[in-house]
Design a protein around this ligand. Sequence first.
Ligand code: SF4
Length: 546
Amino acid sequence: MIQWPKTNDALGTVNRGNPCESGLCTLCRVDCMGKCETWLSSLKGRKLLYPRDYSFTTAGSANSSHIGVSYNSLRINGYNYGATGLPKGLSNSEDDCIFPNVNIEGEFGQAVKTKFRVPMMTGALGSTFVAAKYWESFATGAALVGIPIVVGENVVGIDKQAEIKNGKIIKAPELDRRVETFLRYYDGYGAIIVQMNVEDTRNGVAEYVIKKFGDKVIIELKWGQGAKCIGGEIQVTSLEYAQFLKKRGYVVDPDPTLPQVQEAFKAGAIKSIARHSRLGYTSLSSEKQVEENFMKAVKYLRKIGYKRISLKTGSYGMEALAMSIKYASDAKLDLLTIDGSGGGTGMSPWNMMETWGVPSILLHAKAYEYAEILRKKGKQVVDMAFAGGLAREDHIFKALALGAPYTKLVCMGRALMIPAYLGSNIEGVLNPAAKTKVSGSWDKLPASVTEMGSTPDELFAGYYDLQKKVGKDEMKNVPLGAVALWTLADKLAAGVQQLMAGARRFTLKAIRRDDIFSANRETEKETGVPFITDAADDKAKKILKG
Ligand code: SF4
């Protein structure tokens, strides 16, 4: 097993727990006092692009050996001349071709285009309690940055205040809050996507959302995720709530209506009960039937008024991957999110997370190969988002290049949740009256924070930049979790601009597969991306022999 380093002396970062491929800890805590790269970037912003203590230090990469097949075994290409994809109004002069001028705005979709300011989106944040607790920060931050955010599955089903009559939603206050929070700061960039699984479809989420919000919302059909292959799960610690969920029609385990489970719960031997979702398409036995069912669902969603529809698929094997790309393309969907194993934002069985499904880089490399097959047949391929263990700016660039030109966005789950926790923890200390509302977990600021300052404008590098956007009066309404998300997004955006400038790509559309190398032969074999010294070797030899 590869061990990812816990500390990075160059950046001054330390993981609280054991790091995984993304650079995040295997277990990320809402009360974490730091300080991995994502946590620290949510405060210091683009300063974290550089080694610390400038003018007192020199730095050298520790990443020279690339073991195994992962995103960390891809390297980014750079060129010594040229500039491609210059945005309108930019000449190819050295004065114009500077990294801050790299345009990282983009769009996805078919008939209706959805614009974004940074090529990233959140993972699906559904019925898991952290999603509800920190939603103000997630949604406000996403709207201000201008990136899509996904309301995950089961939000209505677990909402005690929601009213469902004859299997159809009458009232859904939590879902309303999720959508309205985003729309408050929405300014034409980003999107609110509402996901539907089996239970949501039964409950009439699609019908409710279109009636209430019209086509402001993108509706997402959900096939799966990278973290698990049995649908969304949560854990509840109240017997009464578990019984309510059972009544709502969920699979609840252990069964809270059984006397022995109730006794064990009262005795304290069972402390929590899990709520599960159903598997989709269980009554179908052929690929053809899935296609028919899928096309029927899309047709229905269009009939009731949806102009934008997306699909999220998980890290299933190659047949399901091919189905998702083919059907989403044929149905002219707006986005297909392909989530590789093995992280997640909610609850998943740990050993399932460790062992099931196709790891991100393998899944994404195949997605490109399959998309090419469709393109060569003359089909228009659906726009894609790649997800699964991606957290840094180099991950964004590599994923966009690996799936170019089909990949428009990188979907980040756990990474984009960290600023919301951190900002909320700080807000809870600075404004104790708001501590419960913002779900702050600290009583005082830890040393890892006070070494940077003690007020929001001292702590968040992006504070004044965001204040310029929203105005001084409005700034007091912006949760500090959203300020932290803005600050992290600024660092990621600047990092992507730098990598793109180095690759001489000045718009997202100009990014190509040639812009990455495989750093070992195994990665080359699995991804089809040439090994470092094989890439452009023919051109090099032509120069020498010419
Ligand atoms: S924020 Fe999460 S990933 Fe980062 S150090 Fe803390 S626990 Fe680890």
